[in-house]
Design a protein around this ligand. Structure first.
Ligand SMILES: [Zn+2]
Length: 144
């Protein structure tokens, strides 16, 4: 009962996000939106969302997931991260923050606040003020 209420509320929140962004609310957009926002801020690929939706019984094509994620990114509901590997990564966190990619595990995460604060202070001082910097730190193993 509480789970149903939570799911219903999250679906309503997602519908509001779509409307606020100027998008028409469709079942596909709602399903994708609900899947990506069900666990707070996070990073994901198209394949990741496709697999999650398949595992919960939602039938959707990989192309529809990709097209919907691209649409959501184009309307600033999520952000598409700069391409740094074979798959496009998306992020629910729209704020300016620093990413850390562990090449050994393939794990993408947000840098902790002390590191992010230092980097976000140093980069504009060094490279000049710009409207936005996307900063990615690649962690490599000793072998690479
Ligand atoms: Zn992030």
């Amino acid at each position: 009962m509480i789970d149903d209420l939570c799911r219903s509320r999250k679906r309503s929140d997602c519908a509001q996000r779509l409307v606020t962004a100027g998008l028409r609310v469709t079942r596909t957009r709602l399903d994708v939106c609900q899947t990506i926002f069900q666990a707070g801020d996070r990073h994901f690929t198209t394949d990741c969302i496709y697999c999650e939706m398949q595992s919960t019984g939602l039938r959707i094509s990989l192309a529809s997931v990709y097209n919907t994620l691209t649409l959501l990114a184009n309307h600033r509901i999520i952000q598409r991260l700069p391409q740094f590997c074979s798959q496009a990564y998306f992020d629910t966190n729209l704020s300016i923050h620093v990413h850390v990619y562990d090449e050994e595990t393939g794990q993408l995460s947000d840098a902790d606040a002390p590191l992010a604060d230092k980097v976000l202070r140093i980069v504009p001082d060094t490279l000049g003020e710009r409207p936005r910097y996307d900063i990615m730190i690649f962690q490599r193993s000793a072998r690479s």
